[in-house]
Design a binder for this molecule. Structure first.
Ligand SMILES: *[C@@H]1O[C@H](CO)[C@@H](O)[C@H](O)[C@H]1NC(C)=O
Ligand SMILES: *[C@@H]1O[C@H](CO)[C@@H](O)[C@H](O)[C@H]1NC(C)=O
Ligand SMILES: *[C@@H]1O[C@H](CO)[C@@H](O)[C@H](O)[C@H]1NC(C)=O
Ligand SMILES: *[C@@H]1O[C@H](CO)[C@@H](O)[C@H](O)[C@H]1NC(C)=O
Length: 731
């Protein structure tokens, strides 16, 4: 997609940096131009021969890596956490299920969250190819919630502030990658059967707001083991020849093993689990190039941290919770993972999730045999009403009406969490008003008395729902979905439900399924179709820790979901449909941005682009880190989706063969600007030699694209000297 840059209006917005813990004055350019979307005639779906298999299923994986440098990462709201390269590439994995004339697409992308604008673009792209076979109703897109990917793709204003506005480069990269994964799945639909399985994965996550969790009713808590869900849920897709076609896994964990100091794109712990499983299922294939696809979806992860050592003060090492135990002035409270550094933590957590998925894959599982249905509705949260769900009796109280509120964030949103802390002296659990913060609340829009009452006891920090300048700050009409996949229910939640919020969703849907004779096979799919921050329970909401302060539609947000999911379940079982709801406004062409384009690249005097500044050692051993430095150019000039900025090659039968790319765990690709004025830069490529590497000759190759002023791009290649991996000397 190309965003036209006509009709720019300059808007100045003062953002008191409550998001990032700093003051930022930001000027935005408003783009205001519509583009024509020309629909192309429908093509026929791929033919599927007669078969005894129950379903028709397609799987596809595509590289969706965004601009790896200079664009801020989405997740920790750190303006200065801009990209410097790639550790793991971002992938989009698509699964298409069809039965009778119902078709549904489930996508899991290595992205913090996917909003309506991006999903709309993907659907637009698909409709150009396939007509109305795909729509906002049956294309369901989930983000893994990695906090280590470039942002600026969510059009709502608040989400892009710490990215310095909308990034068309990120948006286009994600739209193209997701679309390509769905096209690939569309092209390889085969007859298949589905099997459901579960496994327990423990010791890889912890509840980061146990104080909130404790506020849930005793009777309800007694029904569960612990304050996190340890169950990994899986659906595997088996082809007619008995071979595996693909596998979907859901697990409740934040993809925040990589912390806010990380500057390399990473798909984090769930991404590690996915590429590790795909490596095992596709022997010899490079990352993202195998036929069997393994998706790892986040579940009810709201209050679930992978940083299992718990929260400590940065300098003193004292325990802290940023609530009752507070660190000294200027000292942050954050938690570390189980490893020695964040890379090792990512690997440890990712590997444990992979092992759980493997255990489920090796279990017999239960065959799914029912039909497929998609129930989807756009729900205008502030105007939606329902009845209160009593978690003790597990019955909706028909005499107790509830409704949503206009979106707003509470104070404790600004305190952050132990997965990404800041130095602002705002503790979690604040429920009394502070005048200076109330002044900030007026920046986007002033809360009315009704807003304050609706959100109580949440003190309002940002009244996002009352601001449309320069465009809406938050979504208010959100997508809710239930996919019925052969008597297995997938609940699409457009945010991050806490552990108990997710359990309540499963309890409501499970009761209805059991009453109608179905086994309660249900999974909560968080971060699906939209980003609305958190969904905490009513009880958790009362104590206003971070997750509750970020429950933007007020205390009854969860109850609205429960009412809707109860209705959706009945419809999925009994047939019929729900009202489509009002489609959210299309703001794709009203975006604002401060992000500067790449102007030009230069190589330092006397060197050419790709020139090797530092050669790898001539002889290395397994386990060593090999490093080369090249005269570089800005990788934003060419994102090289489906290929690589750099690779490691091995001499095999007289030919150089790629053995590792910039998508592999063992490599790190880093770009560094040397002079902004001259446009010079350098690239470092590192490879940790695997323990099973063949002892022979290797080299590194860097693929770059440089920009001359007036937008002329040229490709170049840098190749290192050959090095050998040698056997370790025996004493
Ligand atoms: C997971 O652990 C619970 C007990 O903690 C047990 O009841 C359940 O059967 C286990 N599930 C699997 C799939 O092993
Ligand atoms: C932070 O705020 C608390 C009250 O919420 C106060 O007691 C403490 O002194 C403050 N610390 C600093 C460093 O301002
Ligand atoms: C991030 O992780 C590194 C280790 O990789 C650690 O040194 C640092 O303190 C962590 N920072 C935060 C804010 O979590
Ligand atoms: C540079 O390489 C890319 C592939 O990465 C290709 O699409 C493009 O056409 C090439 N550009 C030039 C000027 O050769």
């Amino acid at each position: 997609m190309a965003i036209s840059v006509t009709g720019k209006i300059v808007i100045t917005v003062v953002v008191l940096g409550v998001l990032a813990g700093m003051s930022t004055l930001i000027y935005f350019l408003v783009t205001d131009a519509a583009e024509e979307v020309v629909p192309v005639p429908t093509t026929e779906p791929p033919g599927v021969e007669d078969s005894d298999m129950r379903y028709r299923v397609g799987v596809g994986i595509a590289d969706t890596t965004g601009p790896c440098v200079e664009i801020a990462f989405m997740g920790y709201a750190e303006v200065f956490q801009t990209g410097r390269g790639i550790h793991l590439r971002q992938f989009s994995r698509a699964f298409i299920f069809e039965s009778g004339d119902t078709r549904v697409v489930l996508v899991i992308a290595d992205i913090q969250a996917v909003g309506i604008a991006l999903r709309r673009q993907v659907v637009t792209n698909l409709q150009e190819l396939y007509g109305d076979m795909y729509s906002l109703r049956n294309v369901i897109v989930t983000g893994t919630h990695t906090h280590s990917g470039p942002g600026g793709h969510l059009v709502e204003f608040l989400f892009d502030i710490t990215i310095r506005g909308f990034s068309s480069e990120t948006f286009d990269a994600y739209a193209e990658g997701i679309t390509r994964s769905i096209v690939r799945a569309h092209e390889n639909i085969v007859p298949a059967n589905l099997y459901y399985a579960q496994a327990n994965v423990s010791n890889v996550h912890m509840n980061r707001s146990p104080y909130s969790y404790e506020y849930n009713p005793e009777e309800e808590k007694a029904r569960y083991d612990g304050n996190t869900d340890d169950t990994l849920t899986q659906v595997r897709i088996v082809r007619e020849d008995g071979n595996l076609h693909g596998v979907l896994n859901w697990y409740a964990i934040h993809t925040t093993s990589m912390n806010m100091t990380n500057r390399l794109i990473s798909s984090d712990n769930l991404g590690y689990a996915a590429i590790t499983m795909e490596k095992m299922l596709n022997p010899g294939a490079l990352p993202g190039k195998g036929g069997v696809v393994a998706g790892f979806f986040p579940s009810n992860l709201g209050d679930v941290s992978p940083n299992t050592r718990g929260a400590r003060c940065e300098f003193s090492g004292n325990e802290c919770d940023n609530h009752f135990t507070i660190c000294d002035a200027g000292e942050r409270c954050f938690s570390l993972g189980p490893g020695d550094d964040m890379f090792e933590s990512t690997k440890i957590i990712g590997h444990a999730i992979y092992e759980g998925a493997l255990e489920a894959l090796n279990s017999p599982g239960e065959e799914l045999t029912g039909g497929i249905a998609v129930v989807h509705q756009f729900v205008d949260m502030p105007t939606t009403t329902g009845t209160r769900y009593d978690p003790i009796t597990q019955v909706f109280q028909s005499n107790q009406g509830v409704s949503g509120c206009m979106p707003a964030m509470g104070y404790s949103f600004a305190s952050g969490t132990q997965d990404g802390a800041n130095t602002l002296n705002i503790t979690q659990g604040t429920i009394t008003n502070i005048p200076i913060l109330d002044a900030i609340a007026g920046v986007p829009g002033r809360p009315t008395e009704q807003d304050r009452a609706c959100h109580a006891p949440k003190p309002i920090l940002l009244m996002t729902g009352r601001s449309n300048t320069p465009l809406p700050w938050h979504p208010r009409i959100v997508s809710m979905s239930l996919v019925w996949l052969g008597d297995f229910a997938i609940l699409g939640v457009p945010g991050e439900p806490t552990t108990m919020a997710g359990r309540r969703m499963r309890a409501v849907v499970g009761n209805i399924m059991e009453q109608r004779g179905y086994q309660p096979r249900i999974v909560v799919s968080g971060l699906t179709n939209e980003y609305i921050h958190y969904v905490a329970t009513f009880e958790e909401y009362q104590v206003q820790r971070y997750e509750a302060a970020s429950t933007i539609f007020g205390p009854h947000t969860l109850d609205i979901f429960l009412n809707k999911f109860a209705e959706f379940t009945r419809v999925a079982i009994e047939g019929g449909d729900v009202a489509a709801g009002e489609t959210p406004a299309d703001n794709r062409y009203r975006t604002v941005s401060l992000i500067l384009p790449v102007v030009a690249d230069m190589s330092p005097r006397g060197t050419a682009f790709g020139h090797v500044l530092h050669q790898p050692a001539t002889s290395v051993a397994r386990g060593d880190v090999v490093q080369a430095v090249f005269v570089g150019a800005n990788p934003r000039n060419n994102l090289r989706q489906e290929s690589s900025h750099a690779v490691v090659e091995r001499m095999e039968l007289g030919q150089w063969t790629v053995v590792a790319t910039d998508a592999d765990w063992e490599t790190r690709f880093t770009w560094e600007r040397l002079s902004t004025l001259l446009g010079t830069s350098q690239v470092t490529f590192e490879w940790q030699v695997p323990e099973d590497a063949i002892l022979t000759e290797y080299r590194m190759v860097y693929y770059g694209t440089s920009r001359q002023p007036i937008n002329r791009l040229s490709n170049f290649t840098g190749i290192t000297n050959t090095f050998t991996i040698d056997a370790p000397a025996l004493f």
